[in-house]
Write a protein that binds this ligand. Structure first.
Ligand code: ADP
Ligand code: MG
Length: 684
C-alpha cells in the first residue's frame, strides 16, 4: 500500500466505509495518517485494586471470579454484573444495556478493565468500563489511547485500527520531508517514527517529540513556500518611479499635518518605488490611523511618474468613499480619478475606454476592477484595501493587469507583529502605529439587560446634544438573510417603542448597493438619528458625528470584529461611547468584554483574539491565502515557527529551486501544499 492509495484498500475499511471516511476529509492513506488525534487518554497505568483512589480513571488487570449475570432493573435497563479479583482485592463491575459483554468475559484468563473507579462504602466499583482480553498488552487499554475527531458511522475503534493497519502495511517508508542535515540539527524524529508516536504514543515525552517533529515539518513546508514566493519576486523588474518628491506637494495641500507614523510609512513606500524591483508591502494600521492618505501618496507618485494606479476595496460603499477622498485630494493636482463598480451603468463603457487609453490616471473600485474587460494603458501601482477580505489569487489578478506592478496592501486587522513578519515573509511590513492627534479613546462598557433603561436614556441625551447613534444587531446563525430580517424587525420595534420620536434607518447586507448608499448618505448628512445595522458598517465609512455605538448580543462577535465596529465611532472630535450588551456568562465572552473595556489598542486586541479564538480560525486559508495547518499551532508553536523559518532560509539560500536530491521530498510537499491555495506552480 502506498500513501497516495485510496483509503478503501486499508484492511478493514472497504468501499462502503471509505465513503463515510470521506466525510472526515479522508480519501487517501495519507489523509488517514494525517487525521490526528484531538486528544489522548492515558490508559497505561495499571493499578492494584487495593490501591485505588475514589474517582480516578485507571486500568485494572484481573480475572472474573463469579460468572457475569444479567437482569432487568426496575426501570427497564438491562444490567450486567461481574466481580473481578486481581489478588489484592475485589471489584464489582456493572454494565448497562450491554448484555453481549457476558460472552466477551468467558474463559479462565486475564482481562483489563479501564474506567473510573469509585467506592461504595469499602467496596470498589466500576461502571461501564472498557474491557479487553489481556495478552501482555492491548489495543484499547494498557497504553495511551488516541481520541480522534469522528463523524456518524465511524467509531474510535474503527479509526484506530484503520490507522494502525495503514501504518503496518505501508510498502515504503513514509518519506522524510525535512532534509537530513536540518533534521539532525533540530533533533527531529524520523517522520515514520513520529507518525507512529503521534497516533500511538509510548509515553507523553515521546508524543511531545513526535508532535514537535511533525509541526516543524509542516511549518518548514509553509515557510519554504513563502521564501520561494519572495525570492521569485526578486527576479522581476519594475519601472522605478521617477518622481516621488511630488508627495511633498500633496502633503502641503492637505487640511492636516501628516502624523509621524504616516510620514515614516510613506518614506518606506517611496524607497520601494524608486527601486527597479516591484514593491510588495503590507501597511498595517488600526482603524482611523489614516491609511487612505498613505495610499494616495503612492498613487500621486505613480501618476507624476507617468503611470496609472488602481485601488480595490471589498465593498461598494468603501470604494465610493475612497473615490470621494481621492477626488477631493487630487482636485487641483491635475489627476483624473474614476470609480469602477459592478453592474451596468451609463458611462461605464466610456470609463473603460479612458482607462485603456490612459486618460484616467487612477481607478478606484471593487472586484469589478479585476474583471477581464478592464485594461490599463500602463498600470504600475496596485493598492488593495482591507486585504484580509481578498485572497492571494485576487491580489495576483490585479497585479497581472500591468507589467511587474508595485503592490501595496492595506489592512486594519493587525496581526501580532512577530507573526506578521513570519507569515507575511513574502511581504514587507509597515506599521502606522499612531493615530491623528486629538483622537480620544472610545469609552467602552459591557452591560446586561438590567441596564437597558439607563442606556436608552443615555442614547436620548446624546441625540439631544446633536450626536448620532449606531445600533448593531446580532448575527443570526450564519444566515445573511435572517440577520437582515432581524435588523429590519429591530428597527421597527424601536420606531414603535422607546425611540418613536426619532429618525431611525436600517442598513444590512441584503440591500441593493443603491439603497445602502442612500441610507449612508442620509446618515452622514445627519438626517438620521439612529442607524440600525448589521456588520455591514464594519469596514470603512466615516461619519464623525456618530459617537455612540450600541452592540446587541456582543457575545456573538469576535474580538477583532468588535474592535472594528467600535472603530466607526473614533473619528470625530467628540467623546465616543461603545455599549456592548452581553447575554452570555461564558468565560470567553466575559474575557472579550473585559479586553474591550481595558484597551483601544488594535494590536493588543488582535493578540488576545488569537489566543481566545485559536489560530485555526484566525489564520484561515480564506483570510490569508496560506496553506492550512493541521498539526502546528501558530499561537503555541512560535519557537518552532522561528526555527522553521531559519531552516527554510538556509535551504533556499543553498538551493533556490530545490533541485538537489536531498530537497526532493520537500519540493514535492511545497508544490502540493501551495497548489491547494492557488499558489499556482510556485516551483515550475
Ligand atoms: P483608515 O486607516 O481607517 O483607513 P482613514 O484613512 O479613513 O483611516 O482616515 C480616517 C480619518 O482621519 C479621515 O477622515 C482622514 O481624513 C483623517 N486623517 C488622516 N490622517 C490624518 C492626520 N494626519 N491628521 C488628521 N486627520 C487625519
Ligand atoms: Mg480605510
Amino acid at each position: 500500500m502506498k500513501m497516495e492509495d485510496s483509503v478503501q484498500f486499508v484492511r478493514g475499511v472497504g468501499e462502503k466505509r471509505a465513503k463515510t471516511f470521506e466525510k472526515l476529509g479522508i480519501k487517501t492513506v495519507s489523509d488517514l495518517l494525517y487525521h490526528l488525534p484531538r486528544d489522548y487518554e492515558d490508559r497505561s497505568d495499571i493499578k492494584n485494586i487495593c490501591d485505588l483512589i475514589d474517582g480516578e480513571k485507571v486500568c485494572i488487570l484481573g480475572r472474573i471470579t463469579a460468572l457475569p449475570r444479567s437482569f432487568r432493573s426496575k426501570n427497564g435497563l438491562m444490567v450486567t454484573q461481574a466481580t473481578v479479583s486481581d489478588g489484592t482485592g475485589i471489584m464489582k463491575i456493572t454494565w448497562f444495556n450491554a448484555k453481549y459483554i457476558e460472552n466477551q468475559l468467558r474463559g479462565d484468563r486475564e482481562f483489563v478493565f479501564f474506567g473510573e473507579a469509585t467506592y461504595r462504602g469499602r467496596n470498589a466499583e466500576m461502571v461501564n468500563p472498557v474491557v479487553e482480553k489481556y495478552d501482555g498488552g492491548g489495543k484499547k487499554t494498557g497504553r495511551i489511547v488516541p481520541i480522534y475527531p469522528l463523524c456518524a458511522g465511524i467509531s474510535q475503534y474503527m479509526l484506530r485500527s484503520a490507522i494502525e493497519n495503514a501504518i503496518e502495511n505501508l510498502e515504503d517508508k513514509i518519506p522524510n520531508t525535512v532534509p537530513e542535515k536540518i533534521a539532525k540539527k533540530c533533533a527531529l524524529l524520523d517522520t515514520e517514527k513520529a507518525m507512529r508516536e503521534i497516533h500511538f504514543p509510548e509515553d507523553f515525552d515521546s508524543f511531545k517529540r513526535a508532535k514537535y517533529s511533525l509541526a516543524f515539518e509542516e511549518l518548514l513546508v509553509m515557510q519554504t513556500g513563502i521564501q520561494i514566493l519572495k525570492g521569485d519576486r526578486k527576479n522581476y523588474t519594475a519601472e522605478p518611479f521617477s518622481d516621488v518628491k511630488c508627495i511633498g506637494e500633496l502633503a502641503k495641500s492637505l487640511p492636516f499635518e501628516l502624523t509621524g507614523a504616516q510620514k515614516r510609512v510613506i518614506n518606506e513606500i517611496c524607497a520601494d518605488l524608486k527601486k527597479n524591483v516591484p514593491m510588495n508591502r503590507l501597511v498595517q494600521g488600526d482603524v482611523g490611523s489614516g491609511k487612505t492618505v498613505v495610499a494616495a501618496a503612492a498613487m500621486f507618485s505613480a501618476v507624476r511618474s507617468g503611470y496609472q494606479g488602481a485601488m480595490i476595496a471589498p465593498t461598494e460603499i468603501l470604494a465610493k468613499q475612497h473615490y470621494k477622498s481621492f477626488t477631493k485630494m487630487f482636485e487641483n493636482m491635475g489627476v483624473k480619478v474614476a470609480l469602477l463598480v459592478g453592474g451596468k451603468s451609463k458611462g461605464k463603457t466610456i470609463v473603460l475606454e479612458k482607462i485603456a487609453s490612459g486618460e484616467i490616471d487612477i481607478v478606484v473600485g471593487t472586484h469589478a476592477v479585476l474583471t477581464a474587460n478592464v485594461n490599463f494603458k500602463n498600470l504600475a501601482l496596485a493598492v488593495t484595501d482591507e486585504q484580509h477580505r481578498f485572497g492571494v489569487k485576487q491580489r495576483a489578478t490585479l497585479t497581472e493587469k500591468g507589467k511587474n506592478v508595485h503592490t501595496l496592501v492595506m489592512t486594519a486587522t493587525p496581526i501580532p507583529r512577530t507573526l506578521s513578519l513570519i507569515l507575511y515573509g513574502d511581504l514587507d511590513v509597515s506599521v502606522i502605529d499612531e493615530l491623528p492627534p486629538g483622537r480620544k479613546e472610545v469609552q467602552t462598557f459591557a452591560v446586561g439587560e438590567n441596564m437597558r433603561a439607563r442606556v436608552n436614556k443615555f442614547i436620548a441625551s446624546k441625540i439631544a446634544e446633536g450626536r448620532q447613534v449606531y445600533i448593531v444587531c446580532p448575527l443570526v446563525e450564519e444566515s445573511e438573510l435572517l440577520t437582515a430580517k432581524a435588523a429590519v424587525e429591530y428597527a421597527e420595534s424601536l420606531k414603535a417603542g422607546s425611540f418613536k420620536n426619532y429618525n431611525i434607518d436600517v442598513i444590512h447586507g441584503k440591500m441593493k448597493a443603491k439603497e445602502k448608499d442612500a441610507v449612508m448618505e442620509r446618515f452622514s448628512k445627519g438626517e438620521t438619528d439612529i442607524l440600525v445595522s448589521t456588520t455591514v458598517i464594519e469596514v470603512g465609512v466615516d461619519v464623525p458625528n456618530a459617537t455612540v455605538m450600541v452592540i446587541e448580543n456582543a457575545e456573538r462577535f469576535g474580538l477583532s470584529q468588535l474592535h472594528q465596529l467600535r472603530g466607526r465611532i473614533r473619528r470625530g472630535e467628540h467623546e465616543a461611547f461603545c455599549i456592548m450588551f452581553n447575554k452570555s456568562s461564558g468565560e470567553i465572552a466575559k474575557e472579550r468584554m473585559k479586553i474591550m473595556q481595558e484597551t483601544n489598542d488594535g494590536f493588543k486586541i488582535s493578540e488576545k483574539d488569537l489566543l481566545l479564538r485559536g489560530p485555526g480560525e484566525f489564520f484561515g486559508v480564506r483570510q490569508h491565502g496560506l496553506p492550512e495547518l493541521k498539526i502546528a499551532n501558530l499561537a503555541e508553536d512560535m519557537e518552532i515557527l522561528k526555527m522553521a523559518q531559519m531552516a527554510s532560509e538556509e535551504i533556499i539560500g543553498e538551493d533556490k529551486t530545490l533541485s538537489r536530491p536531498e530537497n526532493k521530498n520537500l519540493k514535492n510537499r511545497v508544490m502540493r501544499k501551495y497548489e491547494e491555495v492557488g499558489g499556482r506552480g510556485i516551483l515550475n
